[in-house]
Design a protein around this ligand. Structure first.
Ligand SMILES: Cc1ncc(COP(=O)(O)O)c(C=O)c1O
Length: 388
């Protein structure tokens, strides 16, 4: 289905609809394998088997070992555990090197750590949103204990060169944490080959349920627990496992493992078609170099319109476009997208930006209608306020 009612959903980076098999797996775990997976009796062992199967599927997606996986409540918690856990382990020497365009789950955690005495280096990006590896090299050489870089940016879809960053970290003997919330199921991830020590992922971005994520921790990576209690998950994250959420995550991981290559090629072609339609407008700029942007993403800045008016016009007109804007996230703070400003966009360009993110329920008809609707809305707003 391309549209739910009169809404064309193009916000899969915010969250994705349930993938096939996910609901059934969750129902099975809730009704049939509902015991506590930490219990030693037969029903408990059946629940533990459900968890183990999900862990195997998810670990297979990123070339990790199932036993390196810690279940969390989502990528936000995984990132908190990785950054705070590694900093606590490093003690007074903690020095985290990261990037100004990271998700707020990382940026706010870094601020928190800094207030408590950790050293934090925040590196900038170029006009295409990419990290300069020479600057990273210098920052690591200055006593880094952890490097934290997102794989795919949630606003722009810009892909960082994780394999090269992993090589640098290997040379310096420093651990690398990767926020893979937006790359899981979209790009190949190989924790071993990419030298990733810590990897944060989230189920709801790949068609699993909300409220479940994972942190992969490779052997010999030092992190301290941040949640204490029953000692589950080798003491690194206490709390009874949410078996139905985990089963749903496992089913979503199996689905993307089976469909990723073909699906990403399909979405890339649709995204290019959408850009083809939008590009017919004057004064529209694509953010991120196309070859360095993940297939489902298209982020555009539009000249001559007010950003908020554009977002409201698109999301509230008919058919409504469920799209988002980095500016909207920080609108409460009265700021335009910090990601786009870091890429050298003016506040006005960064303010009038729209993110389209495609996914399983995007088809030719959705793209055709969305493109037409976007062009018409920009033209309407420009006609209303030509000098804006
Ligand atoms: C890049 C990135 N990191 C982290 C998160 C946080 O994920 P979660 O919603 O699972 O806490 C998101 C989701 O918005 C994201 O896009």
């Amino acid at each position: 289905m391309s549209a739910a009612g009169d809404v064309l959903y193009l916000d899969h980076a915010a969250t994705a609809p349930l993938a096939p098999g996910v609901f059934a797996a969750m129902q099975r775990a809730l009704l049939d394998t509902s015991a506590n997976p930490a219990s030693l009796h037969a029903p408990g062992r059946a629940a533990a088997d459900e968890v183990a199967a999900a862990a195997a599927g998810l670990a297979g997606l990123v070339n990790a070992r199932p036993r390196d996986l810690i279940w969390t409540s989502g990528a936000t918690e995984s990132i908190n555990l990785a950054l705070k856990g590694a900093a606590e382990f490093a003690g007074g020497d903690a020095h985290v090197v990261s990037v100004v365009t990271e998700h707020s789950a990382t940026l706010d955690t870094l601020d928190w750590l800094e207030k408590r005495g950790a050293r934090v280096t925040r590196l900038g990006v170029d006009d295409h949103g990419r990290l300069d590896l020479e600057a990273l090299d210098r920052a690591i050489a200055d006593g880094a204990t952890l490097v934290s870089v997102m794989h795919v940016n949630n606003e722009t879809g810009v892909i960082q060169e994780i394999a090269a960053i992993g090589d640098l970290c290997r040379e310096h003997g420093v651990a690398l944490h990767v926020d893979a919330a937006q790359s899981l199921g979209r790009l190949p991830i190989d924790m071993d080959a990419m030298n990733i020590a810590l990897l944060s992922v989230s189920a709801h971005k790949i068609g699993g349920p909300k409220g479940i994520g994972a942190l992969f921790v490779r052997p010999r990576t030092g992190i301290a627990a941040q949640l204490h209690g029953g000692g589950q998950q080798r003491g690194l994250r206490s709390g009874t496992l949410a078996t139905h959420q985990i089963a749903g995550f496992g089913a979503a991981a199996d689905h993307v493992a089976a469909t990723r290559g073909e699906e990403q090629a399909r979405l890339g072609a649709l995204r290019d078609r959408l850009w083809g339609q939008i590009d017919s407008l004057e004064g529209v700029m694509r953010n991120g170099a196309p070859a360095q942007v993940a297939a489902p993403f298209l982020n555009v800045s539009v000249a001559g319109v007010h950003g908020e008016a554009l977002l409201i016009g698109l999301t509230e007109g008919t058919p409504a476009l469920a799209v988002s804007s980095g500016a909207a996230c920080s609108a409460a703070k009265g700021q335009s997208s910090y990601v786009l400003r870091a890429m050298g966009r003016t506040p006005r360009e960064a303010g009038a930006s729209i993110r389209f993110s495609l996914g399983a329920n995007t088809d030719d008809a959705t793209i055709e209608q969305a493109g037409r609707r976007f062009v018409a809305e920009v033209e309407r707003l420009r006609a209303l306020a030509p000098a804006a």
